[in-house]
Design a binder for this molecule. Structure first.
Ligand code: PMP
Length: 458
């Protein structure tokens, strides 16, 4: 199909993030114009169910007047001031208070950022800073996991455990290591129970810590449910075993709640759902339902005390962004949290989860689907070439990307993570809309199956 004028101008000017720069020249981009509720509309007025909540973030959907008005009012009142060197403002103070109140573990202070990457980058710097302050400068290595996604800045991309974020970027940087991915369907051994698999993952972590030397390992970071790595739900008991290892070797634990935070898994924080009790937490995305780019690093008292110790020695704590705690972002975040509480958004999302997960599990019977997995209002369908052996399609067949394009024709935006189709709608989706969404997913799978058969891929 010929590209429209807007698509041509787009390709001539915009370098698209996280995009196959070669294929996009043929397919062009989907140019969106407006949105309301769970629907986004392209420039021709065609509606799509936003089945990915943008990038796992638009929890309250689109066109929320209250959030728009909050931003407008704050821009008029105090459009900007910063938090550097002794300045502050009411929205940041109130937001920090609210986050502390909601946190699933004791939190002492909140450091504001503008994205998930900045949050995780800051986590690394905070850990290094703390261990310098505490007089153990050799304890600096950070352990992440294969298939994790923690962002794309140099340090957070190093935490990420996906080849696309490392290859050609000369990453990961030294001192960042990746332990095993807790995906039982893919990495569980023949005859191994989920529990045994969880124990093996914990053993892998312990072996890595011992190999590196516990005195050199500072922290472990994990998403409660891995998002961009394929919506990977860890086996039962996984975090309990992992936490025991971390505690044994005095390894600080960080939860990356950038996707799971604020109701995605059915509770305020995904860690609570998975039984993970971290020391520090990163949040972003649904913190503002993506109405403003805001993230936060939530730290415990011990780490805060370290900043005081170190400041006494060296002066200024030399970390902070111009827009750390931007007043408009903070006001919008605060209003978002108020709406979650007032409208019981998270309880209602939890109540819709059984319907969502039942739809997902029903599709496990589809001839293309090897595994259907999820928690709360997030899930994925992993397409395989041969169900009994779990044989994957060759990457060059591009079946995941094909399915995403078909979904788009069906008026549904989903995202393929390899051949896993991720589904993560706004939390405000209604039960009727959930049925509609999954009808479109089913039609997408049927049409993708037709293609796989026609091309002899099965
Ligand atoms: N952590 C997780 C778990 C994420 O899913 C993401 C983004 N998808 C990030 C960190 C990075 O966030 P950002 O893109 O806002 O930098």
């Amino acid at each position: 199909m010929a590209l429209t004028n807007l698509q041509v101008r787009d390709l001539e000017t915009v370098l698209h993030p996280y995009t196959n720069q070669a294929t996009i020249r043929d397919t062009g981009t989907l140019v969106l114009e407006r949105a309301k509720g769970i629907y986004v509309y392209d420039v021709d007025g065609k509606p799509y169910i936003e089945g990915m909540a943008g990038l796992w973030c638009t929890a309250l959907g689109y066109g929320n007047e209250e959030l728009a008005e909050t931003a407008y009012e704050q821009m008029k009142k105090l459009s900007f001031t910063h938090l550097f060197g002794g300045k502050s403002h009411d929205p940041a103070i109130e937001l920090a208070e609210k986050l502390k109140e909601k946190a699933p573990v004791p939190i002492s202070k909140v450091f504001f950022v503008c994205s998930g990457s900045e949050a995780n980058d800051s986590q690394i710097k905070m850990v290094w800073y703390m261990n310098n302050a505490l007089g153990r400068p050799q304890k600096k290595k950070i352990i992440s996991r294969l298939r994790a996604y923690h962002g794309v800045t140099i340090a957070s991309a190093s935490l990420t455990g996906l080849p696309a974020n490392h290859t050609d970027f000369d990453l990961p940087i030294s001192g960042i290591l990746h332990t095993s991915c807790p995906h039982y369907y893919r990495f569980g051994l023949e005859g191994e129970t989920e529990e045994e698999f969880a124990s093996r993952c914990a053993q892998d972590l312990e072996d890595m810590i011992l190999r590196e030397g516990p005195d050199t390992v500072a922290a472990f970071i994990a998403e409660p449910v891995m998002g961009a790595g394929g919506v990977i739900v860890p086996p039962k008991g996984y975090f309990e075993k992992i936490m025991a290892v971390c505690r044994r070797y005095d390894v600080y634990m960080i939860a990356d709640e950038v996707i799971c935070g604020f109701g995605r898994l059915g509770e305020w924080f995904g860690s609570s759902v998975l039984g993970y009790k971290p020391d520090a937490i990163s949040v972003a995305k649904a913190l503002t339902s993506a109405y403003m780019p805001v993230g936060a690093v939530m730290i415990p008292e011990e780490m805060y005390q370290a900043t005081i110790i170190e400041s006494k020695k060296t002066g200024t704590f030399g970390h902070g962004f111009t827009y750390s705690g931007h007043p408009v972002g903070a006001a919008v975040a605060l209003k978002t949290l108020e709406i979650y509480e007032r409208d019981r958004i998270i309880e209602k999302a939890a109540a819709k989860a059984p319907q969502f997960q039942a739809h997902l599990q029903a599709l496990a019977d589809h001839p293309l689907v090897g595994e259907a997995r999820g928690v709360g209002l997030v899930g994925a369908l992993e397409m395989v070439a041969h169900k009994p052996t779990k044989k994957a399609f060759e990457a060059k067949a591009g079946l995941g990307a094909y399915a995403t394009a078909i979904a788009q024709e069906e008026g549904l935006i989903i995202r393929n993570l390899g051949d896993s189709l991720a589904i993560c709608p706004p939390l405000i989706i209604t039960p009727e809309e959930i049925d509609d969404l999954f009808d479109r997913v089913a039609r997408t799978l049927d049409r993708t199956l037709d293609k796989a058969k026609a091309e002899g891929l099965l």
